[in-house]
Structures are given as structure tokens and as C-alpha cells.
Design a protein around this ligand. Structure first.
Ligand code: ADP
Ligand code: ZN
Length: 526
């Protein structure tokens, strides 16, 4: 009750200072806050760490009534509510983690007009009586956090987000603010359409995270490569992402064995262990959290110094989101990824074997292709990532591996000709491994069975080692000259564009694979 006695300031800047103890707004925060206080709808597209929360928290405090925040994660709600209460804001959450008793108390506070902010999960809106309850009280605004969840194009689709369109129908005069750190134009457009925010003002800031340094390496010995990377990060905290639970466990154990304090985090762990590990990560100074991608959304740890990927993420969007968990405090941080052809085939298979509709599968394949393009680029990584989001960057950022150590390229025209001929001559029915065997002149059982040792291309590529051939195939795939038929066990087939290469009209520049380069350098030095 003491909270009621102090008169509340109701302009944004005073609230920023008196409630949150901050000096000034950042970037476009003030514009958003003023716009929403004035009753306008807003779509806020800022990268992680930009300070999106204040964009709805401050207007909710300034306006009459309660600000209702729709958020997909209970853990996130809990943290936010706790932080707000500590700042003296009357905040609560309604979710399935509360007892019936607690839920009743929150609903009563809501009816009595005693809340500034209420956090709810999206499914709450369809709970019996909840919309009626909202309709009976003063609502300051609706904030739709992680708004990309409404879009199937996004990386974290939640069907319940689709029902949020009802807010516009039931509360046409209550301002709505949708927020996300998702940068791709398709998802953005989808958010606006799905949530009926066509009249909203859009606030878009650059998605560049200049303090994050990007490095992508090809897999040779992943664990040794990871150790090497972590050597530069002793005494700080970071996240290592793995695709599977088993791998999470194995990598965490491996790091502990090597003297690096690491904790596993995945959905299969006992809830208490999971909570304890998350807590240790949030509070301790130097913990390496080895996790599946389920971990991280909404986690506000400002001093994550590195994010490492042991497996290829699902898309550039996912890569950007996941690496974006590093360096929210603006301090230099590292994003490191180790990937290999095995990752790629596994992803093709997962997409092919999934039960998504054809249209979505095609999209997933395109996304994977785009990500491979970033992996294989000989140019600036930052430029490549931002270009995918429709944001122009001059390149030469000076803070990514390709800028810092310009990659060797080589004229791959001849190699491209050889491998693409082999693909063609074997009938465009075989996967990379077999085609590579053919050009390398390996008389395997399969090669003999199909009489591929009789082909003119048999053995024409003996001068290049298998690892390099795999990189060649990958790069040709990334540039779209070669495609993978995931419905036919990864059979390679040619794009019509390959004709220009055969005719000598299109040169092919390839990136020299780094492990080979490192070894060549060592050889040269020896
Ligand atoms: P986002 O949701 O955009 O990822 P958050 O709202 O979690 O970002 O804010 C990220 C961090 O920046 C938080 O620690 C927050 O307190 C801090 N922050 C936000 N706005 C400001 C500001 N105007 N001045 C100082 N710190 C801020
Ligand atoms: Zn760069």
C-alpha cells in the first residue's frame, strides 16, 4: 500500500529516472515511449540488448490502467516481474506456475486496479473468463513481446500468438505494441499482418551488433577447435550450443575434464537441475553453459562474452538470435561457429523427413542455403548477415574472421567442371560422397557396381583431397550451381546455371578451406 502514497510521475523521462534509475533514453526508446503514451500502436524492431522492455514498461506506468504484457516464457516473466517489483513497480504474472491461491490474488489485484503491469502467456487469453475480466478493467496497453512467434517464417512459431488478433477486435482503443529482435523482412511483414498492426508506427533500428566479432570455421576436430577457441575466454561466461541433448551432455563433460567449468542445459534434465544450472550461469562469473537452443530466449545476462555453435543453426535468423545473446552490455564479445558437411546433410534429412508442408520444406531448404552462403563466403560475415536482413553494410567491418584474416580464394573453375561433370555423368542420382569417390578415382564397391570407373571423369580429381572436394561441393551448393535432392537421399543435381561454367563463360572462385590453408602454412614454415 505504501506504493500508492507516492505520486507517480507520468512523463517518460521522469519515470526512466525515478523508477528505473537510468539517466537517459537510448536510441529510439524515447520516441517509442512518447508514441505509446500518446495512445499509438507501435511495432518495435530493435536488436537484442537495445532495451525493448522499457518501451512498454514506461508507457504502462505512465498511462492509466494496467499494461498487459504477452510473453511466451514463464522464466522470463518471473525475472521481469521480480526486477520490476524491486524497482517499486506493481507487477505480477498470471501463469500455470502459480498456485490457485496466487492466481486468485493476482486476479483480485487486477480488479482492484492495483497493478501497473501484468505478464501473461498467450494461451491465457483464451482461458475461460479472462477476456471478460480484462474488459471489465482499465487497460493501459497491450505489449506483445517476442512478436515473431506469430509468424511461421520466424524461428519460433507459437500458434497461440495467432489469437492475439482478437485484442484489436475486443479493445480497439487500447494501444498495442509488438516487439521483436527478429530482423528478416518476411517475418516483419508477417507480424504486422497477423497482428493487424498496419496502422502502427514502425520503429526500426540497425541490426548490426558491432561489439560482436564473428568467426565461422570448418570442422576438422570440433572439440579441439572448441578448446582452442575457449582458451581466449578464461574467467568469463558464455554459451556453447549443441543440436542434441546427448551432445550437450558429452561436450559439458569433455570441457569439465579439460578444466573448463561447464554445465549442461536441455529440456531433458530434471527441472531442479536445469533451474540450478541456469541460476549458476546467471550468477557465477565464469560458467560455460552447454545448451540446446531451447536455452536463451529471454535470458537477460548482459555479460555473456561468447556464444559458440558446435552445430549449424537452423537459419541466419536463428544464428543471429543465438549469437545475439552475447555482449548485451555492449562490450566486445565473440560469436564462433564450427560446422561441417555432416551438419548440412543432417539438416537436409531433418527437413526432408519432417512432416511440414512442402511449401515450408522448400523455405527451410532456402534458409539453410542462405546460411551456408554466410558460412562459405569469402567476404565480410557482418555484411553477409545484414544483407540477408535487407540492411546494407559496406563490408570490411574489421571484426569478423574473413575481414581480419582475408580468406584465400582459388580459381575453382576447373574443379567445378570436373565435379559437375561427374554429377552429370553419373546421372544426377548420387550424393556427394559417391561423386567425390568417382572424381578421386576410388574403385569402391558402389563405383564398380555402377561401372563408374569406366567414366571419363573417373579419377580426374586425384590432385585434390577429399576434404577439399567436400568443400567444393558445399560451395557450389551455396552458390546455387548444384542442388541437393533431399527426397532422393541427398542426390546432387545441376542447376541450369552450370551450363555457363561448362561453356567457360562463368569462372568459379572458391574459398580455400581453412584447415588445409593452416596446414599449408605450417608446411611452408617448416
Ligand atoms: P531487449 O529486450 O531489447 O533485448 P532489454 O530491455 O532486456 O533489451 O534491455 C537490455 C539491457 O539494457 C537491460 O539490462 C536494461 O536495463 C538496459 N537498458 C535499457 N535501456 C537503457 C537505458 N536507456 N539506459 C541504460 N540501460 C538501459
Ligand atoms: Zn567483416
Amino acid at each position: 500500500p505504501t506504493l500508492f502514497s507516492a505520486p507517480r510521475p507520468n512523463d517518460g523521462l521522469s519515470v526512466l529516472r525515478s523508477v528505473f534509475g537510468l539517466d537517459s533514453f537510448r536510441g529510439q526508446q524515447e520516441e517509442v515511449v512518447e508514441h505509446v503514451i500518446g495512445g499509438g500502436d507501435a511495432v518495435v524492431l530493435f536488436p537484442t540488448g537495445a532495451g525493448k522492455s522499457l518501451c512498454y514498461q514506461i508507457p504502462a506506468i505512465c498511462r492509466d490502467g494496467v499494461g498487459v504484457v504477452i510473453s511466451p516464457l514463464i522464466a522470463l516473466m518471473r525475472d521481469q516481474v521480480e526486477a520490476l517489483r524491486q524497482a517499486g513497480v506493481r507487477a505480477a504474472a498470471l501463469n500455470s506456475a502459480l498456485s490457485a491461491e496466487e492466481n486468485r490474488a493476482v486476479r483480485q489485484a487486477l480488479r482492484d486496479g492495483e497493478l501497473d503491469l501484468l505478464y501473461v502467456a498467450p494461451e491465457r487469453l483464451s482461458a475461460p473468463g479472462f477476456m471478460e475480466l480484462l474488459a471489465s478493467i482499465d487497460i493501459a496497453l497491450f505489449a506483445i513481446d517476442e512478436a515473431h512467434c506469430v509468424s511461421q517464417w520466424g524461428h519460433d512459431f507459437r500458434p497461440e500468438y495467432r489469437d492475439l488478433i482478437r485484442l484489436r477486435e475486443v479493445f480497439p482503443h487500447v494501444p498495442r505494441i509488438a516487439l521483436t529482435a527478429t530482423a528478416d523482412p518476411t517475418t516483419r511483414a508477417d507480424i504486422i499482418e497477423r497482428l493487424g498492426l498496419d496502422a502502427a508506427r514502425t520503429f526500426l533500428s540497425s541490426f548490426d551488433r558491432p561489439n560482436i566479432s564473428y568467426t565461422i570455421v570448418e570442422r576438422a576436430n570440433a572439440r579441439a577447435q572448441l578448446l582452442d577457441f575457449l582458451k581466449g575466454h578464461e574467467g568469463v561466461s558464455g554459451i556453447v550450443y549443441c543440436l542434441s541433448r546427448a551432445k550437450v551432455e558429452a561436450v559439458a563433460e569433455f570441457l569439465n575434464d579439460k578444466g573448463i567449468p561447464a554445465l549442461p542445459y536441455h529440456a531433458g534434465l530434471d527441472a531442479r537441475v536445469r533451474a540450478a544450472n541456469q541460476d549458476a550461469f546467471l550468477k557465477a562469473d565464469a560458467v560455460c553453459l552447454v545448451a540446446t537452443v531451447a536455452f536463451g530466449m529471454g535470458i537477460d545476462k548482459p555479460d555473456v562474452r561468447y556464444v559458440a555453435h558446435m552445430d549449424l543453426p537452423s537459419s541466419i535468423e536463428a544464428y543471429y538470435q543465438e549469437t545475439g545473446r552475447a555482449g548485451r552490455d555492449g562490450q566486445p564479445s565473440d560469436a564462433w561457429m564450427c560446422y561441417g558437411l555432416a551438419d548440412v546433410s543432417q539438416r537436409w534429412r531433418m527437413i526432408a523427413e519432417g512432416n511440414a508442408p512442402e511449401e515450408i520444406k522448400r523455405l527451410e531448404n532456402a534458409k539453410l542455403n542462405a546460411l551456408l552462403g554466410v558460412c562459405e563466403t569469402a567476404g565480410c560475415r557482418r555484411q553477409a548477415v545484414l544483407a540477408h536482413f535487407g540492411e546494407a553494410h559496406a563490408g570490411g567491418c574489421g571484426n569478423c574472421d574473413t575481414c581480419l584474416n582475408p580468406v584465400d580464394t582459388w580459381d575453382g573453375t576447373e574443379a567445378a567442371n570436373k565435379i559437375m561433370s561427374a554429377i552429370y555423368r553419373t546421372g544426377q542420382r548420387f550424393g556427394a560422397a559417391h561423386v567425390i569417390d568417382v572424381v578421386m578415382g576410388k574403385a569402391t564397391e558402389k563405383v564398380e557396381k555402377f561401372r563408374h570407373d569406366q567414366l571419363p571423369v573417373f579419377g580426374v580429381g586425384r590432385d585434390i583431397e577429399a576434404k577439399t572436394w567436400r568443400s567444393v561441393v558445399r560451395q557450389l551448393t551455396a552458390t546455387g550451381l548444384v542442388h541437393v535432392n533431399h527426397e532422393a537421399h541427398g542426390a546432387l543435381y545441376l542447376d541450369p546455371g552450370a551450363r555457363a561454367v561448362f561453356r567457360g563463360e562463368r569462372p568459379v572462385t572458391l574459398r580455400r578451406d581453412r584447415t588445409r590453408r593452416a596446414r599449408d602454412t605450417n608446411r611452408a614454415l617448416a
